[in-house]
Design a protein around this ligand. Sequence first.
Ligand code: B12
Ligand code: SF4
Length: 435
Amino acid sequence: MTNYFVKITHLTEGVKKKINIPVIWGGVHPTVAPEECLDIADYICVGEGEAAMLELADSLAKGIRPEHVKNIWFKDEQGECRNPVMAPISNLDDIPFPDYDLEDQYILVGRKVVPLSEEILKEMVRGRIHFNKPHHFIYETMWTRGCPHHCAFCINDHYSYLYKGHRMVRRRSVDNLVGEIKSIQRKFPWFNRINFMDDDFASASNEQLSVFRDTYKKEINLPFFSLLSVLSSGEEKLSILVDAGLRRTEIGIQSLSPATNILYRRKFFTVDKLLNLAVTVKRVFPPKFCPTYDVILENPWESLDDVLQTLRGILKIPRPFTVQLFSLTFYPGTSLYNKALQDGIISGSEASYLKEDHDRAFSYLNSLFLMINKRVPNFIVRSLAWKPLVVIMESVPIKWFLSQFDPMYRASKKRNLCKANRKRFEWFIEEFSNK
Ligand code: B12
Ligand code: SF4
């Protein structure tokens, strides 16, 4: 990912100093910014990697220059080669299940690279890390690749250009998906939760979701999590999913300002749609169910009125729920990144490379959103969101004063400094190159 660029650059440079071995990079960042990645790694994979990696390995093993391997970019003494992008895999069932054989897998634990054992795996997938649920052992997988939407801040915006003319939303057969989960259960019967990390699990049709529900309940029957988009979820879909075992969900609101939703290319998203969905969620899920709604803050184009519109809209959602707050981060390759460059909001890459979405400034306005999670009664938050008061509290001297008391803000500044410090990785490179 983009915010690992600095870390992985240090790591790659360190590894290459120690071992004479080709390094290949793939994933989101090499896909959106291949040129700069090619300055550091030997090979770059732009887009999907399964077929490209096989063909590249095959060419290298045979000593053939991989100038014919689609998706692969590289530089050598004969010059630079930027192969075109191959069509995205159309039948996801053709991809083998993820490799969970513990032989030949290594993992970093503390400061040691060690063979991956079942005990370590179990610790890694424990729900404690993200959800404070130590008795949950979570298996993560995906049913679909791609998203039917292309919000201006998201990687799917870039994919819609990169793969123009191709069908981007692809879905595995339910048998294939359930087959993967069953095979993992045979190996590790202690997995007791499933996270479906699809961009929008509800983008499937009602019929497809019904087939999923019937097979999943019969063959797996474990509580599961999925990400949903408000643009795709209706009452019928939600009811099917709850019946199938959906017990935790995260839904993107991002903003409730119409102007911002035009900017984000989410103009179909309105307060009414959100409230309809929130009421449906309340109706179809078991009592005390607590959904998470994602919100993007710190958008430099938003006025105070835009932000307060979002806050007031959220306060209309029936409780309980939590909000997950992100700070707008400009990722290369997206329309919003290009607009931010054009408008002089960012000057180049550093902004998104060193920032993490959760690195929010400590401000009065942001803390009004945080109060929702602290269960502060709505009438208090509404009063504190009185515009003249917010204007005073958001003035530069008061903002600066408040930031001095914020541990997260200080930690994020420190973290960015650490990221720029190559020494931090030296012990790891040493450890890695000994293996
Ligand atoms: C699932 C997911 C998560 C999960 C990951 C769970 C897990 N255990 O893997 C969670 C919730 C933890 C997560 C967290 C974050 N995420 Co996330 N996440 C995603 C999501 C929705 C799917 C990723 C995925 O698995 N895709 C499916 C696989 C098959 O596709 P892929 O990753 O692109 O990989 C293919 C190719 O890129 C290539 N490839 C990938 N790696 C390699 C390596 C080699 C060597 C080769 C040859 C090829 C290759 O081959 C793959 C198969 O074809 C994407 C959105 C998306 N649609 O991709 C965002 C996304 C990757 N996340 C994003 C971000 C920003 C984050 C966070 C930084 C947010 C935050 N601050 O909290 C954190 C980082 C956490 C961390 N420590 O890593 C951004 C990255 C943007 C960018 N430019 O870097 C994305 C693109 C969403 C967006 N905003 O557009 N995320
Ligand atoms: S709905 Fe979510 S995953 Fe889909 S394009 Fe928008 S932000 Fe990205």
